[in-house]
Write a protein that binds this ligand. Sequence first.
Ligand code: CTP
Length: 236
Amino acid sequence: MTVSLGGLRIVVSAGPTFEDIDPVRFIGNRSSGKMGFAIAAAAARRGADVLLVAGPVALPTPGGVQRVDVRSAAQMREAVLAALPADVYIGAAAVADFTPRFPATHKLKKSAGGDAMLLDLVRTPDILAQVATQARRPRLVVGFAAETQDLARSARGKLHDKRVDMIVANQVGVAGSGFEADDNALTVFDADGSHALGAGPKTQLAERLLDLVHARLQRAGAAPAPNPTIPGPTQA
Ligand code: CTP
C-alpha cells in the first residue's frame, strides 16, 4: 500500500547548479536531476504539496508539482529559503561547492592570460546546512551524499556536520548508477544507523525513500494517518 503524504508541504531541490565564469562559460557537474524529479513526482502522487527547486536540467515538470527554475547555488539558496516553511526538505541537488569570485561580464580572451589560467573561486553557501539550522527548520531535513569512496564515513560525517535527519548516500562514478543514469543504489543514514534502499530505477527508490520519510514523520507525530478515516488522537 502506498502511504499518503496528503497535508504535507515538501520542498525538493534537484539537478546541478551552474556557476558562471563569463557569459559563455560556467562550472557545472554531471547531475541530471532525475533522482530529485522522481522524488518530487512520487511525493505529489501521494498527495503532498510539492515545490521543486530545479537547477539547469532538461526534464519535464512532474504532474501536480510546482517548479522554480534556478541556475546558480546562490539562486537555489534564495529559492529554497523562500519556499519555507515546509514540513520536509529533501536536498537532492548537486550544488556547486565553489563559484567564481568575480564572474567576468565579457568573454575572457585566451590571449590575455598566456599559457595558463587560474580561476579565483569562493565557497558557495551550504543550503542544506542553512535549512537545517534556521528558525523555520522543517520537521525533517534530508540530504544526499554523492561519494566515490568512503561512502559510509562521509555520509555519517555529513549527517552530523549539517545537522540533518537523514543522509541518502549514493556511490557515484560507477557505470549504470548515480549521476546521469536512470538507476541508482541508495543507503540512508540516520540516527538509528543505516538502511539499504537497494538498487533499481530512481522512480522506485524515490518511493522507498518516501516510505522512510513517512515512517520517520509518523514516529515524530507529524505524518498524516495512513488511513484518513480513522480519527487521530485529539489535540490537547
Ligand atoms: N549541499 C547544499 N549546498 C551546498 C553543497 C551541498 O545544500 N553548497 C547539499 C546537497 O544538496 C546534498 C548535500 O549537501 O544534499 C551533500 O552534497 P555533497 O556534494 O555530497 O557534499 P558536500 O557537502 O558538497 O561535500 P563534499 O563535496 O566535500 O563531499
